[in-house]
Design a protein around this ligand. Structure first.
Ligand SMILES: [Mg+2]
Length: 191
């Protein structure tokens, strides 16, 4: 590729990765830091928990329902794994007919994969632990296009939810990251 095309290609990858970052922010707000077991392995019988025979005969919508129910069941039993979460997101993606819905589900697949990588990194002693978001019961949260999540402090300033940055004026955050979008909790959004 020419330099110009290479630059545009890198920017295009970054644009999509920023969307994945935004989805990671929404996941973090919804679920907090998650540290599920991997649930993977070359010698494990991975789909036994689905309790469904003949998965190859199922439609996409049936597979999405089966693996969503499986995730819910494992979560209720305290046995949720990243394998189950990613399998559910994969199933939701492959059930899509509409390209826009498929695209949104694929961003979710990518974001779950990123969350999983972050969990593995934390286990290795690397990676960031989110702390700030837990200090308020109903935090006011703002999302940048780059996927950063900022929480409103009592004095009106904003603080990035990883808790490692100093609080900043909202105007400074907007200057650095551009647009800020309010993250409305799902309970308030009525979803
Ligand atoms: Mg999904």
């Amino acid at each position: 590729m020419s330099d110009n095309r290479t630059t545009r290609w890198v920017a295009d990858v970054q644009r999509v990765l920023n969307e994945v970052g935004g989805e990671r922010g929404r996941q973090e707000v919804k679920w907090g830091e998650q540290n599920h077991p991997n649930g993977t392995g070359g010698t494990r019988s991975l789909l036994r928990d689905a309790y469904e025979p003949n998965l190859d005969l199922r439609t996409g919508a049936e597979l999405a329902a089966i693996f969503t129910a499986r995730t819910d069941r494992l979560a209720a039993a305290g046995r949720l794994t990243y394998e189950a979460i990613l399998t559910e997101e994969w199933a939701e993606a492959i059930a899509c007919d509409d390209p826009a819905e498929l695209r949104a589900e694929l961003v979710q697949v990518a974001a779950v994969a990123v969350a999983w990588v972050q969990k593995i990194d934390r286990e290795q002693g690397a990676g960031i632990t989110v702390t700030a978001i837990r200090s308020q019961p109903n935090p006011e949260l703002w999302l940048t296009d780059a996927g950063h999540v900022w929480q409103r402090c009592d004095d009106g300033s904003l603080r990035c939810i990883n808790g490692t940055d100093q609080p900043e004026d909202e105007s400074d955050v907007r200057r650095r990251f551009g647009r800020l979008r309010r993250l409305v909790p799902e309970s308030e959004a009525g979803q």
